[in-house]
Design a protein around this ligand. Sequence first.
Ligand code: G3I
Length: 320
Amino acid sequence: PDNLRELSKKIKVYIGSAVDVATLADDAGYRRTLNREFTHVTGENAMKWSEVEPQRGQFTWEGADAVVRNAQRNDQKVRGHTLVWHNQLPEWLTAGVADGSIGAPELRRILRDHIFKEVGRYRGKIRAWDVVNEVVDDDGKMRDTIWLQKLGPGYIADAFRWAHEADPHAKLYINDYNLEWNAAKIDQTLNIVKDLKAKRVPIHGIGFQGHLGIQYDYPGDFPSVMKRFTDLGLEAAITEADVRMVLPVTPEKLATQADYYKRMLQTCVDNRRCVEFTVWGFTDAHSWVPGWFDGEGAATIMDENLVPKPAYGALLSVRK
Ligand code: G3I
């Protein structure tokens, strides 16, 4: 294969990227590369609650619409990200909960309306939704969010049921980071899935974000972890892959990074229920990493000038 789109057809796994909407609009090189290389896209921020409803009742769908429209024109599937999360919630919502002006019954209605509005707007256009994102903490406890505090643990089942009602064909995912290796998080997430399945709640997929760094050992158990989930009948996706490093970049570090990317994609290819491998941005010019980890960066498969790094070639070499 000459590019990732050709590879995607060959290995029968969608290969996706997160999309930054501002750059999509402004930068033709970015747009061309995205549309040449990828068969799946996720709005990096565009579908998050703070982006689509910054003021209560005032909806700003332009960014999300642009991602979906570009995908449809370029034969790309779309992952919706994300319906229920504790980050990037609008100020009116968090402030209202904090000062008590939004009580539990109203909060539950607000969440229900949000899910019906957003999922309903894109009904038939989203292959898979990250219904709940990062609901388990690294210590294996349920994450202490406004959702858990005010609505209790049943908010998860509710969210899946509402999303399914709003778009019965979309695959509905639970998505998390460190799930490739963190035993406490893995066990708790498996328990959530089993409980939802026992209650006949429509959950279809497990998302492994795949945020790795070469200063840490590669999570060698990832294939068996993925299998524990897919053995429950779920499909799987790697939803936000990137591999950061402590700067400066060296050829050795790029080689290690390439190996990590390749092993992640191979893990997906080797599991017949893994259908999607999505990177969290495809160029170092647009990556969340430098802004979040002091002294780290270069986490994507192309450099700032869209020149492929060794990781890109390593992905192209993956076979079924
Ligand atoms: O929208 C404002 C904009 O108005 C303002 O001018 C600008 C100035 O800083 O900030 C903009 O918001 C930023 C937003 O990205 C959009 O660019 C936020 O400050 C910034 O915090 C936000 O970061 C995003 C982060 O999620 C926030 O939680 C990253 O881009 C995004 O890559 C990251 O993605 C998450 C996934 O959703 C879930 N998994 C982890 C992953 C990495 O953290």
